[in-house]
Design a protein around this ligand. Structure first.
Ligand code: BYC
Length: 325
């Protein structure tokens, strides 16, 4: 049973708040049954539902290549990966539901175009090498962002992240391996791999969110131990991970300003195109309209499944009632 602020008197709220603060301070988990500040609940619903929508919309750019994968083995791997993303969406919707929002409401917000999902999924996948670049860069960024979320103060979110991260690490390796195979191929294949890296590199850096001085939610989310690092800190960590891997692959990261600064101990990098990022967030990216339209159609075409499941549940309940009588 969820305890909400409305259920408690003022002095009970301050007691409940003290317990909440102590749990967070001592790295204990907040569970659905625990009292939590309304703003904490709202922030979690915002982040977890956006995260779930990203996984669901994130199936589309790769789903686009299942029928055209270059071999049976590649097709089987890609199908498994896309199915994993569906699973991630489901764990995350379930985690969000423990905070008092329904799956129907979240889905409606998505198909009405009122919900955010990751900017990265609004870019097209014109070549097979995009499957490699998505796995290496997008799933790579996802791992760097999500490993710290395994320690998120909200129990259901942190626990969902553990399994998600294990699967993402397989996804990242399969993407790396696709690129490695292409880079060991002929000139045309190497050019295709480099072109995909050129197109996905900057959007994958933007996935981490706006720079820290333009990130309104970070400070509070870090106090609540939902986020453990800032957007820029994780972006740095990601670039540090990519540089040696790019060398092994033999691809060039498309940033002429990228260099390790011995003094700061950080990578100096070129400016991300934040105008482009915010345009994508406003719905004006290259594929926003297409992604939402596809999601809407899939939802409509899946109506019979929801109706059949509801009817099955109704009949099961009726049968149980009759047996009990
Ligand atoms: N795209 O104050 P900030 C995957 C929004 S799926 C769109 O820094 P916060 C995969 C942000 O929501 C990976 N919007 O926010 C799947 C906020 O707007 P609102 C998805 C973004 O929450 C299939 C505003 O900008 N991962 O891996 O502290 C195939 C200001 O930002 C983005 C997650 O969702 C963006 N990139 O930090 C392959 C991870 N960035 O809500 C792979 C979970 C920012 O105030 N989420 N915004 O209207 C997080 O870790 C955090 O929510 C973020 C943003 C780091 C994304």
């Amino acid at each position: 049973m969820m305890t909400t602020t409305a259920d408690l008197a003022d002095d009970e709220i301050s007691d409940a708040e003290r317990v909440f603060d102590e749990l967070v301070a001592h790295e204990k988990r907040i569970e659905p049954r625990d009292w939590m500040p309304e703003a904490y609940r709202k922030t979690l619903i915002r982040q977890i539902s956006q995260h779930a929508h990203s996984e669901i919309i994130g199936m589309q750019p790769e789903g686009n290549w299942i029928t055209r994968a270059p071999s049976l083995k590649r097709k089987a791997i890609l199908m498994a990966k896309v199915q994993d993303e569906a699973g991630h969406g489901l764990y995350l919707y379930s985690a969000a539901q423990t905070l008092g929002i329904t799956r129907d409401t979240m889905t409606q917000q998505l198909i009405d175009g009122k919900a955010k999902y990751s900017s990265i999924f609004n870019y097209p996948t014109p070549t097979w090498a995009d499957m490699g670049a998505i796995g290496w860069l997008v799933d790579g960024a996802a791992i760097v962002n999500q490993v710290p979320l395994c320690r998120a103060s909200y129990g259901p979110y942190g626990r969902a992240m553990v399994r998600v991260c294990k699967e993402e690490s397989f996804h990242q390796r399969q993407g790396f391996e696709i690129l490695l195979t292409l880079m060991q191929g002929n000139e045309e294949q190497r050019a295709m791999a480099q072109d995909a890296v050129n197109r996905w590199y900057w959007p994958s850096l933007a996935m981490f969110g706006p720079p820290d001085d333009q990130s309104p939610n970070s400070a509070q989310s870090m106090k609540w131990k939902i986020k453990r690092f800032t957007n820029d800190e994780l972006r740095q960590r990601f670039v540090g991970m990519l540089v040696p891997q790019a060398e092994i692959l033999g691809v060039t990261l498309p940033d002429p300003e990228l260099r390790f600064d011995e003094e700061t101990g950080e990578y100096a990098m070129g400016e991300i195109d934040w105008d482009e990022f915010f345009e994508v967030l406003r719905g004006n990216g290259p594929c926003n309209a297409e992604r939402l339209e596809r999601r809407r159609t899939a939802h409509e075409e899946g109506a019979w499944v929801r109706e059949a499941a509801a009817e099955y549940t109704r009949k099961q309940a009726l049968r149980a009632e009759r047996q009990a009588a």
